[in-house]
Design a protein around this ligand. Structure first.
Ligand code: ATP
Length: 314
């Protein structure tokens, strides 16, 4: 609307400067929009007046008898209890629509639970300020959004007051430093919509560098390493392994091989936990769902096919 208004203004009044100022304003708006998209969801839930500005430093996560439905719809989670000690790595698997994303969305408090309680580091999330909660959780998304700024600023986005040294340290930890230094202007190289194009693996490592910079006790991993060549995948996996060390990790797993080394796998069907154990034990469980998923994947079936087979009678 502003662009059209600017052009109209220019045609009608011949005032190029004002028209350009308005066009420039639209770029700021588009940058703002882009930034909001990268941040993810806007703060939908207001802080309670007594909400505390405590940032949980312990990565313990507890869902206690949680029930949740979107609006007036059916319950997506029912009697959902899951206690994750600090530092544990948990993969969540299950068919499409089982409630996996809902679990990690509730953890970020994009919605409030309707029954039961959700605690982080021993604090009920409803009693925490939104900003405190966000400072305790990093999300490494499936698709990393880059905005039209320098690559350094794209990493710094995770913690705007970080120094250059901290940005470089995060990039090094995520195996980004080498490829960034090889770009025409190093850390000052513009990336994003009209800037240098990064490969899928490089984008993912920028997402991991952001998480290093944020340095939170809890990591939510929306895994996305498929589609990468072997070398890129090794680099992404190495960066992730380093990031996960000493942190609580909750991964919505799209491939079983990546959670094979996790401490724990939780199989969710229709909003309830139906299997819970170490990947090693669950793989061996006779007649087990995870065991069946594992053997289907070994036969070369994709996760989508496996998920579909889980909702069909076997
Ligand atoms: P997938 O593997 O396909 O991503 P999922 O296990 O992550 O699935 P969820 O995204 O948590 O499943 O969805 C659980 C259920 O809630 C589904 O029936 C879905 O259609 C519904 N749902 C998810 N988000 C919303 C929403 N914003 N509004 C209404 N219903 C929703």
């Amino acid at each position: 609307v502003v662009v059209v208004s600017a052009l109209t203004f220019r045609i009608l009044h011949g005032s190029r400067d004002l028209a350009m100022a308005l066009v420039d304003m639209t770029q700021h708006f588009s940058y703002l929009g882009e930034t909001l998209r990268i941040i993810g969801q806007p703060h939908e839930i207001a802080d309670a007046p007594e909400a505390a500005p405590i940032v949980p430093h312990e990565g313990e996560v507890e869902f206690l008898d949680v029930a949740f439905a979107y609006g007036e719809g059916r319950k997506v989670l029912r009697d959902f209890t899951l206690s994750i000690p600090a530092g544990q790595k948990v993969g969540i698997v299950g068919p499409s629509g089982a409630g996996k994303s809902t679990i990690v969305h509730l953890l970020q408090r994009l919605h409030d639970v309707q029954e039961g309680e959700l605690r982080i580091g021993g604090h009920p999330v409803v009693g925490l300020q939104q900003d405190s909660l966000r400072a305790a959780i990093s999300v490494v998304p499936q698709e990393v959004s880059l905005f039209h700024r320098s690559i350094g600023d794209n990493i710094r986005f995770a913690r705007p007051n970080a120094t250059d040294e901290e940005v470089v340290a995060a990039a090094k930890a995520a195996y980004c430093d080498d490829f960034i230094r090889a770009l025409p202007d190093g850390y000052d190289t513009l990336v994003g919509e009209r800037g240098a194009k990064l490969s899928g693996g490089q984008r993912q490592r920028v997402g991991i560098a952001r998480a290093f910079l944020k340095d939170t006790p809890i990591i939510i991993l929306d895994e996305a390493t498929s589609g990468l060549d072997t070398q890129s995948e090794i680099e992404v996996q190495s960066a992730l392994a380093r990031l996960m060390r000493d942190r609580t990790v909750i991964a919505v797993a799209h491939r079983l091989s990546t959670i094979a080394g996790f401490d724990r796998v939780v199989v969710v069907i229709e909003g309830q936990i139906v299997e819970d154990g170490s990947p090693k034990d669950l793989r061996r469980k006779e007649g087990g769902i995870f065991a069946r998923m594992w053997s289907l994947q070994a036969e070369g079936l994709s996760m989508d096919d496996i998920a579909a087979s889980m909702i069909e009678p076997s």
